[in-house]
Design a protein around this ligand. Structure first.
Ligand SMILES: Cc1ncc(COP(=O)(O)O)c(C=O)c1O
Length: 401
């Protein structure tokens, strides 16, 4: 049986994630991997979660093991609402929240809800690869706007919006990872956020704010979220996830926005998975209710800050001339730029021979037009691995310069 002629356009448009493919190759234990966006498994609050899961299933089997409302468990929304108020000064009602199977589902939902084939959206270039995958699957025309050390450039966003307007095409949304961006680690300062928000308002579009790393800030003051800056005008949808602050295995997050948009998402989500896991939502609710999250986030910050510092110090010591890198104030990644003529994808097999792995930057660019960057994750490896892995990587770069 040959299925080729039967596949949908969506399948034909979809590309396998370079990262997910790579993760299979580098699963061997002797390889030091800076590739995945993985939190440190040593910090999962496993014992506490195990006890909570046991309690929930024992005391509340009829709800926890049952299907739940597509909108999400009321018990979890009840915890999320005050949390958003306290930490972000964001006010939302339950109707403005949809619990999702982590933020990747929210990306897919947004694409399905807003993108018809060839519709334009704007993203930073580079940006999160998994978002590009979701948008590409929907058939979006992804227009990459230039970035600098402070994230996407409002001037270039306006150029792109103007060009679309001149063609009579709307920009369906502007997708941004404003805090410690995946892949570069850069953060958009507040004045730039205000400019971008004004552009969204002027050109009748919205900002899709994706901020999984926001809470993991090592130093400095956080700019306000786009959602808070918008002050309820409805030009922002924001997604949060428990993946980086609790456990990605929960596959749990939420998206907030105007109730009329959330209602459409609910209908689309019904067709995807009916509801997110009831038992995991109740476990997350219990974890929040017990007030355990702030201390856990503090542990993550302390651990990842040390690793970031070690990575920066080691890069300084071992990397050859002609390379440069970002210095993120938080998150999980930094971005290493090789001399212009080098191709990070071509270098990767050689790095793997030296038992070190990374993700080449090219796939993070919507136009796949820049080849000399490398994304380095600093949360997953141990301190000793960070030093050894970077030494190996520096050798490979020197040998192939
Ligand atoms: C910017 C960004 N958005 C979304 C995701 C997806 O995360 P999850 O679906 O686990 O919430 C990631 C994962 O690395 C990410 O970096």
């Amino acid at each position: 049986m040959d299925y080729t002629s039967l596949f949908s356009k969506t399948v034909k448009r979809s590309k396998a994630s370079a990262i997910r493919e790579l993760l299979k190759v580098i699963a061997q234990p002797e390889i030091i991997s800076f590739a995945g966006g993985l939190p440190s498994p040593d910090l999962f609050p496993a014992q506490e979660i195990a006890e909570m899961m046991y309690d929930i299933i024992k005391n509340n089997p009829k709800t926890s093991l049952q299907y739940g409302a597509t909108e999400g468990q009321a018990a979890l929304k009840k915890e999320i609402i005050p949390l958003l108020k306290q930490t972000e000064n964001i006010t939302v009602t339950p109707e403005q929240i949809l619990i999702v199977s982590a933020s990747q589902q929210a990306l897919d939902l947004t694409a399905r809800a807003f993108v018809n084939e060839a519709d334009a959206i704007i993203t930073a270039s580079p940006t999160y690869l998994g978002a590009l995958q979701a948008f590409q699957a929907a058939g979006a025309d992804i227009i990459g706007a230039e970035s600098d050390g402070n994230g996407i450039l409002p001037q270039d966003v306006e150029n792109k919006l103007k060009a679309l307007q001149a063609q009579g095409r709307p920009c369906k949304f502007i997708y941004l990872v404003p805090d410690f961006q995946n892949p570069t680690g850069t953060t958009i300062p507040e004045d730039r956020r205000i400019q971008l928000l004004a552009l969204a308002q002027k050109y009748h579009t919205f900002i899709l704010e994706d901020s999984p790393y926001r809470q993991i800030r090592f130093e400095g003051t956080a700019p306000r979220t786009f959602y808070a800056l918008d002050e309820g005008r409805g030009n922002v949808l924001t997604m949060f996830t428990f993946s980086k602050i609790l456990a990605p295995g929960f596959r749990l997050g939420f998206i907030i926005g105007p109730a009329e948009v959330i209602r459409k998402f609910v209908i689309l989500k019904q067709a995807m998975d009916l509801c997110s896991s009831s038992v995991l939502q109740l476990a997350a609710a219990k974890y929040l209710q017990a007030g355990k999250l702030p201390a856990h986030i503090q542990d993550l910050i302390v651990c990842y800050r040390e690793k970031r510092d070690l990575m920066l110090k080691t890069l300084e010591e071992v990397m050859p001339e002609g390379t440069s890198w970002t210095r993120p104030d938080g998150g999980l990644f930094l971005w290493l730029t090789l001399p212009k003529h080098m191709d990070a994808t071509a270098l990767l097999p050689k790095a793997v021979e030296h038992k070190v792995a990374y993700v080449a930057g090219v796939d993070f660019y919507p136009q796949c037009n820049v080849k000399n960057d490398i994304r380095l994750n600093f949360s997953y490896s141990t301190p000793a691995q960070i030093v050894d892995g970077l030494k190996r990587l520096a050798e490979v770069i020197k040998e192939n310069k």
